[in-house]
Ligand binder design. Structure first.
Ligand code: IPD
Length: 267
């Protein structure tokens, strides 16, 4: 079994395409919400479960000893140093409503399977609705369908286009809105795309200058964060040692990052 970032990236890409095709097909057959989880916005469709099963089965076939951490089926420790962190359909609300901004997000990480202690090795974020596949391998750059990505320099923060999201815990929404207001006050405009992996992929691609959100889980940001750092950006937040966490995840180019982090973490 080969553990190079390039090898892990190739597998992530293959599985993301296969899983994305299943998600797209299910979407065209009509989607029904299978369950609401913590809140009305926190939903799961049959397709989420089916796509996660496919990803989990394909990884187990190709790399039987690896660990797995998935949004729908939870965590399983492996016997190798690699864990696959997977959101089968990130942006499930968009998916359910037919908004073409959802993605299969797959990361291979080494070390302990939590963001404060892992090192992302490879990532694939595939949006089946647009056909765009963002991918990265540690030390080898981030790419969109083979073309190298770079974050925007954004030297003038007042011209920054920034995205955010609102976590599923209603008790945090007043704080989310206050934070969004603080960032809007110094930026060009704010976006709420509805899929964290795409927000991060768009930062990597220079389509957004920055992104921040509280309440994310590792499966929401593991793949996208590697895209950003491999595209020359920074990712951090409110976790141990400034790592992304449920408290806060922030991503931007090096010039905007400190300003955005400060605004996002201010109480
Ligand atoms: C959600 C999306 C959304 C973000 C939520 C995430 P899901 O993931 O990424 O943009 O605001 O915090 O949980 O539930 O659609 O996989």
């Amino acid at each position: 079994m080969t553990d190079t970032p390039a090898h892990l990236q190739a597998l992530a890409i293959d599985i993301a395409r296969e899983a994305g095709e299943l998600a797209r097909r299910r979407r065209s057959e009509g989607v029904s919400i299978a369950a609401t989880k913590s809140t009305l916005a926190d939903i799961v469709t049959e397709a989420d479960r089916e796509v996660e099963n496919l990803v989990r089965r394909r990884i187990a076939e190709e790399r039987p000893g690896d660990g797995f951490l998935g949004e729908e089926s939870g965590a399983e420790r492996g016997t190798t140093d690699i864990t696959w962190v997977v959101d089968p359909i990130d942006g499930t609300v968009n998916y359910a409503y037919g908004i073409p901004a959802y993605a299969v997000s797959i990361a291979a990480v080494s070390g302990e399977p939590d963001p404060a202690h892992y090192t992302a090795q490879a990532a694939a974020v595939f949006n089946p609705a647009s056909g765009e596949l963002f991918h990265a391998a540690r030390g080898e750059g981030a790419h969109l369908d083979g073309a190298r990505l770079a974050v925007t320099p954004a030297p003038d923060v007042s011209g920054a286009l920034v995205a955010t999201g609102f976590g599923y815990d209603p008790s945090t929404h007043a704080g989310d809105l206050a934070r969004a207001g603080r960032v809007l006050a110094f930026s060009r405009d704010l976006r709420r795309i509805g899929a964290a992996s795409l927000d991060l992929a768009f930062v990597a691609a220079g389509r957004l200058d920055g992104y921040f959100e509280r309440g994310l889980h590792p499966w929401d940001h593991a793949a996208g964060a590697l895209l950003v750092t491999e595209a020359g950006g920074l990712v951090g937040g409110g976790g141990e040692g400034g790592t992304p966490s449920r408290v806060m995840t922030v991503a931007a180019g090096p010039e905007l990052f400190p300003r955005l982090l400060e605004a996002a973490l201010a109480v």
